[in-house]
Design a protein around this ligand. Structure first.
Ligand SMILES: *Cc1c(COP(=O)(O)O)cnc(C)c1O
Length: 371
């Protein structure tokens, strides 16, 4: 079976994990601190705080910006449910905006229209765009819009570790940026996440929220505010440090494989059977998702590919289709694009351990399935 995704854990990482287990130093300690320094350097940010998941990172960012009951945060329609869920878990409202059909990211025109015609009782506090599947497009525009309307910008960069736009790393545009280290992402620690910021005050607040509101002082532990326990463990950090060293090569490999899909699948595009994702320089290629035109129902395509030894799946959810979050029926809040991507999107296998030959096999299986 050619799998959708397969994390590359090295023998070196495994033996480092065993060493840490033997040492007994399990919770947040030197290995996590070293990992944070390396991540801050890699991303070019002042503060990098490792946490227990991408969802925890988003939670800490929202709480650090004092977002809660009476507030609203704009999220894209096409994403994993965690993006909108976590806004609601703070007591704030997640308000959905549609996405762009070529990038799968938040539609910046509809975003601005939504802000201009804001008619919700809640106070709009922040925009939380997703760099969907690692696509860096439009993050500069979201920053401009946030500044124009005096809103905070939180990057949900869960899929975008290593992505960049015009040479600037994803993670450096937002007031906060949040990454996930889940096994489906470009860098994994099993479970894990990261919150980054260039702002000293935001960083201090986030570090307190992550660790019971505690701060180490000369006199011992001081409790500054109520907090959570969202710490990463040292043995997870060891896996992450090993991954980070190999990440640039992995990203190059993912990009090459994605471009090969673009090439191999072109005949199916010309036959009107699929649309391809828009993959340009700086994309982290966390997922390669095509869109099926209505030649065959997606469930049938997934089953037929499985028969041929290829794993595939839907790409992401549509928040409006989940019917858990707030939206009105005015023009800016139609979700035609997000709904189509949710219903017709097909994620194909893509990971750094794949070969170009396997991409060819997947493309050929898809051709046979759709003919
Ligand atoms: C994976 C993902 C998350 C959640 O990350 P976890 O580490 O699984 O908590 C949030 N947002 C997006 C866009 C994701 O893809």
């Amino acid at each position: 079976m050619i799998k959708l995704s397969q994390p590359s854990i090295s023998e070196e990482a495994i033996s480092r994990v065993v060493d840490i287990l033997r040492s007994g130093q399990l919770v947040h300690g030197q290995e996590c601190l070293d990992f944070e320094c390396e991540l801050a350097e890699f991303l070019g940010v002042k503060h990098a705080l490792v946490v227990s998941s991408g969802t925890a990172a988003l939670h800490v960012a929202l709480l650090a910006l004092d977002i809660g009951p009476g507030d609203a945060v704009i999220v894209p329609d096409f994403t994993f449910a965690a993006t909108a869920n976590i806004v609601e878990m703070t007591g704030a409202k997640a308000v959905i905006v549609d996405v762009d059909p070529s990038t799968y990211n938040m539609d910046s025109v509809k975003l601005e229209m939504l802000i201009e015609s804001w008619d919700y009782p809640e106070k709009l506090k922040a925009i939380m765009p997703v760099l969907e599947f690692g696509n860096p497009s439009d993050i500069g525009l979201y920053r401009e819009i946030a500044d124009r309307y005096n809103l905070a910008l939180i990057e949900d960069a869960a899929c975008a570790m290593g992505a960049f736009l015009d040479g600037q790393k994803i993670g450096t545009f937002g007031d906060f940026a949040c990454f996930s280290f889940h096994p489906r992402k470009t860098l994994t620690t099993g479970e894990g996440g990261l919150i980054v910021t260039n702002d000293d005050k935001n960083a201090l607040k986030a570090s307190l929220l992550r660790n019971h509101g505690m701060q180490r002082t000369e006199q011992g532990m001081s409790f500054k505010m109520p907090g959570l326990n969202y710490r990463l463990t040292n043995f997870q950090a060891a896996i992450g440090r090993d991954f980070l060293r190999r990440l640039p090569a992995f990203l190059e490999k993912r990009f090459t494989l994605a471009k090969q899909y673009d090439h191999d699948l072109l005949p199916l595009v010309e036959a009107g059977k699929i649309r391809l994702p828009n993959i340009e320089e700086g994309h982290s290629c966390q997922t390669y998702m095509i869109v099926l035109t209505h030649a065959k129902p997606r469930a049938e395509v997934i089953a037929a590919l499985r028969e041929r030894g290829v794993e595939s799946n839907l790409g992401a959810q549509s928040m409006s289709a989940l019917r858990l979050f707030q939206h009105s029926n005015n023009m800016v809040n139609m979700f035609t694009v997000g709904n189509e991507l949710f219903e017709q999107g097909l994620a194909l296998p893509l990971h750094e351990g794949m070969t170009e030959k396997e991409v060819g096999v997947v493309s050929e299986c898809l051709r046979l399935t759709l003919q």
